[in-house]
Ligand binder design. Structure first.
Ligand code: NAD
Ligand code: ZN
Length: 358
């Protein structure tokens, strides 16, 4: 394998309050004849004003994405098959929502041109053909899904992304007006995903100056908005949106670590959502990230949010084993966190003890 990754980035970025209003002119050059643009909109916005602001033309269609659960390969396959049946081909997919809606749009775009099931492409560089045009418009800040080269899907056998150079968006629209009014707990959980990306990247053995530069900036922004400011305001939304972007750029060239590796086990077995799952784990990582964990606890207290406790209480040995298998399978995350000899440090017994605390 080559020593340095040559990574594909998002093609176009627009940032600013009200930038969503430029969507029509942004999409126009990317329309192919009368093939429609498909807007995959987080179902939270059904019946709200946002869908009315979407610049629909011709056969364009809004699909409200059911994100009750995080995206599954079966759901991606269903949407892409229905679009093929209805339109043959489409001009593009526009994902509007949190990490789930954005990931769905990426995956459906890829499945419009790649044969088989999205489950066939869970892994690294398995996608064969570029998808159709795709744009991401976050309405929740933190995951970094807007910049990443993956789309995280739960499939029949694994929870794993379609990681490829064809996965990043062609366009992202970062409009902080769209994240106004996210409920406090959700905003915190997804915001902490960004904070945790920073800690895991900055404390990881894969760190390099590229990742550090972005990680340092994102961490500063998180500290300012979650610890230093007295109350949440528009400026906080502006900053968290950029923190998410920078945090995503930081892990693009490094890797996440212990919180993510352990949290993947929770979400696979218990369906725990990504943001809150990371928070549940981060609450117990003094041994690995002493400063980050202490600061995380101060953020929880200052922002007056609840981190669920006792979610592994009463699980069977088989269930613990399943989570441990999933977690230990995330080898690059462990290697980044603990170094080449991570297997000597993170034994099954030790990981079981950690899960039992959650
Ligand atoms: P989410 O997209 O799962 O949404 C969480 C909840 O917030 C949903 O109920 C949604 O309807 C609601 N919501 C969205 N926007 C809202 C708004 N403006 N106001 C009120 N409610 C709103 O949450 P998330 O934390 O953004 O994303 C998590 C997902 O992202 C997971 O599926 C995870 O696997 C994925 N993820 C992907 C990457 C990547 O690089 N591709 C990285 C991290 C996480
Ligand atoms: Zn994350």
């Amino acid at each position: 394998m080559s020593k340095f990754r040559n990574f594909k980035m998002v093609d176009y970025v627009i940032y600013g309050r009200g930038s969503f209003n430029q969507l029509d002119e942004i999409l126009s050059p990317n329309r192919k004849g009368d093939s429609p643009m498909i807007f995959l909109v987080d179902h939270f916005f059904e019946g709200k004003t946002l869908p009315g602001r979407i610049p629909l033309q011709g056969k364009d269609k809004i699909i409200f994405a059911d994100v009750t659960n995080e995206p599954k390969t079966t759901y991606v396959d269903k949407i892409s098959q229905e679009l093929k049946d209805e339109f043959g081909t489409v001009s593009g997919l526009i994902g509007i929502g949190g990490g789930s809606a954005m990931d769905l749009a990426k995956a459906v775009s890829l499945m419009m041109t790649n044969p088989g099931s999205s489950a066939d492409y869970q892994g690294w560089d398995l996608v064969k053909f570029p998808g159709v045009y795709k744009a991401g418009i976050p309405t929740l800040s933190g995951t970094g899904a807007e910049v990443s080269r993956t789309t995280v899907l739960t499939g029949p056998v694994r929870k794993l992304g379609m990681n490829s150079d064809f996965t990043p968006f062609n366009q992202i629209v970062l409009d902080p007006e769209l994240v106004a009014n996210v409920p406090k707990n959700q905003r915190f959980y997804t915001g902490m995903d960004c904070y945790i990306h920073c800690i895991e990247s900055l404390q990881g053995t894969y760190l390099n100056e590229f990742s550090k530069s972005y990680g340092d900036k994102a961490l500063d922004l998180c500290q300012e908005i979650f610890l230093e400011k007295d109350s949440w305001d528009d400026d906080s939304d502006d900053k968290l949106m950029m923190a998410s972007y920078a945090g995503g750029m930081s892990i693009a060239y490094s890797q996440v670590g212990v919180a993510h590796a352990v949290s993947y086990g929770l979400s696979f077995l218990l369906g725990t959502r990504h943001g809150v799952g990371n928070c549940i784990v981060m609450d117990h990582l003094e041994e690995y990230y002493p400063q980050g964990t202490a600061e995380f606890k101060r953020m929880v207290e200052k922002n007056e949010v609840e981190i669920p406790k006792g979610i592994c209480y009463g699980l069977t040995d088989e269930e613990f084993d399943k989570m441990i298998d999933v977690s230990l399978g995330m080898k690059p995350l462990w290697e980044n966190a603990l170094g080449k000899d991570w297997e000597k440090i993170m034994t099954r017994t030790k990981l079981r003890e950690l899960y039992e605390k959650l």
